[in-house]
Design a protein around this ligand. Structure first.
Ligand code: TXA
Ligand code: MG
Length: 336
C-alpha cells in the first residue's frame, strides 16, 4: 500500500477552526481520507458518493469488503437523499434520536455505490451529534462513509492518538477533537426487518427505541448467552493484541498463579481484593454503564501498549444498559 503523509490537526470542539475544516473537505472532495471525532468513536471518513475514495477505506483498515459502511449525514433531509424509502418509523426515530448515536438501516438510494453497502440493497445511515463531525459534514456538502478509524480487528479509537497509532501513513488528515464521550460505536437498528431488528447494541437502548416505535427484535448475538468463559482458557484474540479474558468472580487465584510465574497482568474490575503487586495493574472501572463504556477502549489501549501477558476483565452486569459493553468485551476476547 502506498504511504501518505498524515497531518494531525487539533480542533476545539466548541469552536472548530473553519479553515482546517475547509482543508479537510477539500481532501475528502479529491478522494482522500480524513479521520474525525464523533460522539461515539473516531470515524475514518471518505466521500460516500466516490467509489474510489471508499475503496481506500477498506484498504487503509484492511477491512474485508463484505462488511458494509455507515453513511454519515448532517441532518434528516440529507439522510432522505441516501435512501430510497423513508418510512413513518424512520421519521419518528430520526426526530427522537438524531443527532445522536442511532444508526438506521434502510433501502439504499442508487446514488450510493455498492462498495459502501457491500453489494447489498440496504444502507446504514446516521447523523452524528459531535460538533466537529456536524461542521465537517456541512462544509463537505456530500455524505461521508465512515467506519471506526482503527485497523480491522483492533480496538476502536476514542482519541486521536489511537487513530494515529493505527493509521498513520494511511490517512491524509486526523482531526483531533479530544476524547469522545460515548466510547462505544452507535446502536445499529435495521428497519428492513419487520419488526425492526437491533443488529448492534450501543448507548441508545432497546427499551428507549421501544418507547418510540413499539416492538423491536433483538438479534440473538446481542443477548446474553455463552458469555462466561473460563479464566484459564487460552483464547485467540484480535483486539487488543494482549490476550483478553472475560472472567467471573473466582479469578483471583488464577491471577495470583500467573504473578507467581513472573507474568504481568492487567485487571479491569470493581471488586479487587488482591494485595498490590508490581506485576499487577488493577483498573477500577466505573459502576455506571455509560461511564464504563466511555472509558473502556481507552483503558484497553493503555494496557495493550504495556505489552502485558494477559488482561482480565471481570464481567459487568447483564441488564440492557450493559449490552453494548458486554458485546464489545465478547468481541475483544474471541476470534471473529
Ligand atoms: O458509532 C459508529 O457507528 C461509528 C462512528 C464512526 O460513526 N462507526 C462505526 O462503523 O462503528 P463500523 O464500520 O465500525 O461499524 C458499522 C457497523 C458494522 O457492524 C456493519 O456490519 C453495520 O454497521 N452495517 C453497516 N451497513 C449495514 C447494512 N447495510 N446492513 C446491516 N448492517 C450494516
Ligand atoms: Mg468498527
Amino acid at each position: 500500500m502506498r504511504s501518505v503523509e498524515t497531518r494531525l490537526c487539533h480542533l476545539d470542539p466548541e469552536n472548530p477552526d473553519r479553515a482546517i475544516l475547509v482543508e479537510a473537505a477539500e481532501i475528502l472532495r479529491s478522494g482522500g481520507l480524513v479521520a474525525f471525532p464523533t460522539e461515539t468513536v473516531y470515524g475514518l471518513g471518505a466521500n460516500a458518493l466516490d467509489a474510489n475514495a471508499v475503496a481506500r477505506i477498506f484498504e487503509a483498515k484492511g477491512r474485508p469488503s463484505q462488511n458494509p459502511l455507515i453513511v454519515h449525514v448532517p441532518d434528516v433531509e440529507s439522510a432522505k437523499r441516501v435512501v430510497s424509502e423513508w418510512s413513518e418509523t424512520a421519521e419518528r426515530l430520526a426526530r427522537h434520536f438524531w443527532a445522536g448515536s442511532l444508526t438506521l438501516v434502510l433501502p439504499k438510494s442508487p446514488a450510493i455505490p455498492s462498495l459502501v453497502t457491500a453489494g447489498g440493497e440496504s444502507v446504514a445511515v446516521r447523523v452524528p451529534a459531535h460538533p466537529i463531525a456536524q461542521e465537517l459534514l456541512r462544509v463537505c456538502g456530500f455524505p461521508l462513509a465512515a467506519p471506526s478509524a482503527n485497523p480491522s480487528n483492533w480496538l476502536s479509537p476514542t482519541r486521536a492518538e489511537h487513530v494515529w497509532q493505527g493509521l498513520v501513513g494511511r490517512v491524509e488528515m486526523i482531526l483531533d477533537g479530544g476524547a469522545t464521550t460515548g466510547g462505544v460505536e452507535s446502536t445499529v437498528l435495521s428497519l428492513i426487518h419487520t419488526p425492526p431488528r437491533l443488529l448492534r447494541p450501543g448507548l441508545v437502548l432497546p427499551s428507549q427505541i421501544r418507547e418510540v416505535i413499539g416492538e423491536i427484535e433483538v438479534d440473538a448475538k446481542v443477548e446474553q448467552e455463552e458469555t462466561l468463559l473460563s479464566p484459564g482458557q487460552l483464547l485467540k484474540h484480535y483486539s487488543p493484541h494482549t490476550p483478553l479474558h472475560l472472567v467471573g468472580e473466582e479469578v483471583e487465584k488464577e491471577i495470583h498463579l500467573l504473578l507467581e510465574e513472573g507474568k504481568r497482568v492487567g485487571w479491569l474490575t470493581h471488586t479487587s481484593t488482591l494485595a498490590p503487586h508490581t506485576n499487577l495493574i488493577t483498573v477500577s472501572m466505573p459502576t455506571f454503564a455509560t461511564e464504563y463504556a466511555a472509558r473502556l477502549f481507552d483503558v484497553l489501549h493503555r494496557l495493550d501498549a504495556l505489552g502485558l501477558d494477559a488482561i482480565f476483565v471481570s464481567l459487568p452486569p447483564t441488564d440492557e444498559a450493559w449490552y453494548a459493553v458486554q458485546d464489545r468485551l465478547k468481541r475483544a476476547c474471541v476470534t471473529h
